[in-house]
Design a protein around this ligand. Sequence first.
Ligand code: PAF
Length: 290
Amino acid sequence: MRKRCAKAPFQGASTALKIIRRIADFESPPDAKVGFVPTMGAFHEGHLELMRRAKGECGYCVVSLFVNPLQFGPNEDFSRYPRREETDLEMARSIGVNAVLSPSAEEMYAGIQTKVMIGGISELWEGELRPGHFDGVVTVVAKLFNIVRPHMAYFGEKDFQQCAVISKMAEDLNFRITLRFVETVREQDGLAMSSRNAYLDPANRTKAPQLYKSLLEAAGRIRTHPNDSAAIGEILESVRQTLTDTGFDVDYFALVDSRTLQPIERAGEYSRLIAAAKLGSTRLIDNVPL
Ligand code: PAF
């Protein structure tokens, strides 16, 4: 099993961290190369890895910390989404982040009459199950790109469809920003790190790594029959059944073309397995390449 394990979160360089709460106050040094990490806070090692990459590749690292109301559906977890700004700031400081932008929802959205809408690639999977979610994501990311004007921006591959959607938005709207998609960071037992893992009760936390195990198992079995669509269909069905038997309520478990997110029947160069499933009230998503 391929694992990227947590380092101690508070290790590392200390730097004078600027905390900016009003959009008008944001500015980066004129000659700095800016690496940007958009986040909704509740940092874990996955976020810290994005910050390390941004800092290492660009030198000046800006992180936004904003729980974006626009990307949550009416019955989703906006109000209970973990918020722990003090700890987040301390963790950002330990990585050597230069500035954290933490605007208010009022300033971001009061009186807003313009939203970014994205079709195509955003309409499947997460987009189908969470109507409006990706419009909320691309709207906030476009606004943040315009405020921060980074050279490079960093996103985690755990949200694989989000990476594809943001990439399309940036291409369609001509953002001159290099996007970096960084490999998922995992707990020791393989569970993809996510701020929402904090919702798992102890019994479900024990079951949760099965999602990644099932993805790896399916990927291994598909690799032995890459052109056999009937066998691939059976493999997907059997791992889905394993997940159901473990207690997951599976939203999707699919083989897709990573460029379009369209389901595919045979595996090839661009294949990816993507999955989303609920354990109790906690929804987990994950993916692996083939
Ligand atoms: O992945 C996230 O945390 C959010 O969707 C993002 C990209 C910060 C936009 O709010």
